[in-house]
Design a protein around this ligand. Structure first.
Ligand SMILES: *[C@@H]1O[C@H](CO)[C@@H](O)[C@H](O)[C@H]1NC(C)=O
Ligand SMILES: *[C@@H]1O[C@H](CO)[C@@H](O)[C@H](O)[C@H]1NC(C)=O
Ligand SMILES: *[C@@H]1O[C@H](CO)[C@@H](O)[C@H](O)[C@H]1NC(C)=O
Ligand SMILES: *[C@@H]1O[C@H](CO)[C@@H](O)[C@H](O)[C@H]1NC(C)=O
Ligand SMILES: *[C@@H]1O[C@H](CO)[C@@H](O)[C@H](O)[C@H]1NC(C)=O
Ligand SMILES: *[C@@H]1O[C@H](CO)[C@@H](O)[C@H](O)[C@H]1NC(C)=O
Ligand SMILES: *[C@@H]1O[C@H](CO)[C@@H](O)[C@H](O)[C@H]1NC(C)=O
Ligand SMILES: CC(=O)N[C@H]1CO[C@H](CO)[C@@H](O)[C@@H]1O
Ligand SMILES: [Cu+2]
Length: 581
């Protein structure tokens, strides 16, 4: 198909012309299916019964329509992580931000609109913690007559690092909400759904990749775990990083990577070692906290006749809390080209502090006197409950959100001081957005704080890729740091892991109108409120405006009136006994 015009619901202004593009169609049936790992059988929420879920293959610029049918007993939303969805936030799949959830027995047809993304992205559930098992890879190939900016791979190999709890994740999540502290630690990490043979009872549950000597493989690595960054290595093989987050990078030869939840990496692997079997393995990186430290392994098996050693050699990893190794890798990522279109001047500069807070509750309805929360600029985000922010914006429903999200923290202090005042650990509550005029150039400086003992924060923005122009440890210094920004070949990403008690600066041009979530991709921090929303207004020209919603948008009751939404009341969603919900 050479060219066609795609019209959304017959509205003339809602047409986009796709040249040399085609449409693909996929069906996702959300079901509960039984799966056994570590000798423990349990029901998992999955797409089509698969864990990990199906890989979507497409070419750059294509449209993929996905019919999502919810056969499960849970509310669900599906997000296309890293897909910018130009002018069409309606299919971004974030519950209570861009849509109401797809309820049991309902369906929703989502349009995954690819534009300039090429490489690896992924899709995952955004509701509660179901992304633990509801996820899969998105492989975006170049258009038919284009080539890769590196030698052509023989095969594409999606590798998803995942996580397994022996308990039902729904139960872990409920306990976490009730107890108000860190969740129960998971029992295993997984490579393509399998723990690998270093875990008990898992010899048969090991992912195997067969390779032919002399061939080249493009590993499309995705970190789908819930709460930690990961190191990944391959025994006896170095490899070349050629992309991250759906954009190509300068080739980077390395023997390990660090990858944060949400992030993807494209790794070119040459099968050029003596035919044998070798481990690929991933192990947790976390500067703080308690996590299972057994590596998850898969096996790379050369085809042919040879006598392999009884067990592959396990690659040696950096220490699980080696901050320098993790940051050192990420700092080496650069855009493929030079003089990229990073904004050289910015219209708006925001300084966002990221904190883990404490909420003291002494009312009779409180379950615990003290619980953990999280905030951006001291604001703990509270999701609306019976209408989503996008619908409220589009239909001008008042009282759902406020537009006063702060550009700076309410008070300046030494963010990374060793022992911040305990009584400074409280945060405020709100459903506040930051409005942006169309085409505004934006810089956001994320500042990790040591309130609540400091930890990494992998920050993710919907609707955009951003350039990571700078990062460092300690407090950001507005005089010392900006002159050192990389404005030549900064990496284009949608996730950036802000180091423990460190900072990162990103830039983007707000040219995608819509309602876009920005949040920490550690699931526990997201649940605790470490998130905010940008609303990017329409431009003047027709192609600068948001498209209208599809007719089958899921609803949850508050669309047609101005419901009384309670602000600043954490009890409405958190910290209650189950029987009170
Ligand atoms: C899962 O296993 C349980 C217990 O063995 C069984 O009752 C249930 O029907 C199974 N569910 C599915 C979807 O197969
Ligand atoms: C979605 O639900 C509607 C209404 O129940 C039904 O008519 C339609 O066939 C369903 N579509 C899919 C893809 O299942
Ligand atoms: C991988 O790179 C390291 C240095 O980064 C080097 O010491 C090692 O020999 C290389 N291994 C292979 C198999 O090329
Ligand atoms: C902030 O605290 C850190 C850690 O105690 C210290 O190294 C740094 O000098 C302090 N910065 C300022 C500006 O006081
Ligand atoms: C955050 O907000 C809470 C509640 O308004 C307040 O008690 C606390 O002092 C604030 N903390 C900072 C660091 O501004
Ligand atoms: C937005 O920027 C683009 C290119 O940078 C320009 O062509 C367009 O006129 C701008 N639109 C508005 C409304 O400023
Ligand atoms: C599912 O979503 C609907 C609509 O928002 C909501 O009323 C209901 O409480 C949700 N159910 C659960 C179990 O969260
Ligand atoms: C249409 C459909 O799939 N409905 C299912 C929704 O989920 C409930 C609970 O699992 C099932 O009983 C329905 O069959
Ligand atoms: Cu975080």
């Amino acid at each position: 198909m050479k060219a066609f015009i795609l019209c959304f619901f017959g509205v003339v202004l809602g047409c986009i012309v796709l040249v040399n593009a085609s449409t693909r169609s996929v069906r996702f049936e959300v079901v509960n299916s039984n799966h056994t790992r570590l000798c423990t059988k349990k029901p998992l929420l999955t797409v089509n019964g698969q864990f990990p879920g199906p890989t979507i293959y497409a070419r750059r610029g294509e449209l993929v329509t996905v019919d999502i049918v919810n056969h499960s007993d849970q509310n669900i939303t599906i997000h296309w992580h890293g897909v910018k969805m130009p002018r069409y936030p309606w299919s971004d799949g974030t519950d209570y931000v861009t849509q109401c959830p797809i309820q049991p027995g309902k369906n929703f047809t989502q349009r995954m609109i690819l534009s300039d993304e090429e490489g690896t992205l992924w899709w995952h559930a955004h509701s509660d913690w179901s992304r633990n098992s509801v996820h899969g890879a998105i492989v975006i190939l170049p258009p038919a007559r284009e080539t890769y900016p590196f030698p052509k791979p023989h095969a594409h190999v999606p590798i998803i690092i995942g996580e397994w709890w022996n308990a039902k994740v729904e139960t872990v999540y409920k306990e976490f909400l009730t107890n108000g502290i860190d969740p129960q630690v998971s029992n295993a990490f997984l490579i393509n759904g399998q723990p690998g043979d270093l875990y008990p009872c898992s010899k048969q549950d090991t992912y195997k990749l067969q390779v032919e000597y002399g061939k080249r493989y493009l590993i499309r690595l995705i970190n789908g775990v819930m709460d930690t960054q990961m190191f990944f290595k391959i025994g006896n093989h170095n490899f070349t990083v050629v992309g991250t987050d759906g954009a190509y990078t300068k080739p980077l030869l390395t023997d390990y990577v660090s990858i944060s939840p949400g992030q993807t990496l494209d790794l070119l692997l040459e099968a050029n070692q003596p035919p044998s079997h070798y481990y690929m393995a991933a192990i947790v990186f976390a500067s703080n906290g308690n996590f299972v430290k057994i590596p998850t392994t898969g096996i790379i098996e050369y085809v042919g006749n040879y006598t392999p050693p009884p067990s592959p050699l396990l690659p040696s990893f950096p220490d699980y809390n080696d901050v320098a190794a993790s940051m050192g890798f990420t700092d080496h990522l650069k855009s493929l080209g030079n003089n990229v279109d990073v904004p050289k001047e910015v219209d708006e500069t925001f300084f966002y502090t990221l904190s883990v807070n404490r909420f003291s509750c002494d009312e009779p309805s409180c379950y615990a006197p003290m619980r953990l929360l999280a905030s951006v600029n001291n604001l703990t985000f509270v999701l609306p409950t019976n209408v989503d922010i996008l619908t409220a914006y589009y239909k001008q429903i008042n009282g759902v959100y406020t537009t006063d999200f702060p550009d700076f923290p309410p008070t300046a202090f030494n963010y990374t001081v060793d022992k911040p005042e305990k009584n400074e650990r409280a945060s405020a509550f709100g459903t506040a957005v930051r409005m942006l005029e169309y085409n505004t150039t934006v810089e956001v400086i994320f500042q990790g704080t040591n309130i609540g003992d400091g930890i990494e924060h992998p920050m993710h923005l919907h609707g955009y890729s951003f350039y990571v122009v700078g990062s460092g440890l300690g407090n950001f210094d507005k005089f010392r740091d900006p002159p050192n920004y990389n404005l030549v070949d900064p990496p284009l990403m949608e996730n950036i892991a802000v180091a423990r008690n460190g900072w990162a600066a990103i830039r983007f041009k707000a040219n995608n109108p819509g309602v876009w979530y920005m949040h920490c991709h550690f699931e526990r921090h997201l649940s605790w409120g470490m998130e905010m929303v940008f609303i990017v207004k329409d431009g003047k020209l027709p192609h600068e405006k948001m498209l209208p919603p599809p007719p089958d948008m899921p609803r949850c009751g508050g669309e047609d009136s101005s419901p009384p939404i309670v602000f600043g009341d954490p009890h409405s969603t958190m910290g209650k006994r189950e029987e009170d919900q």
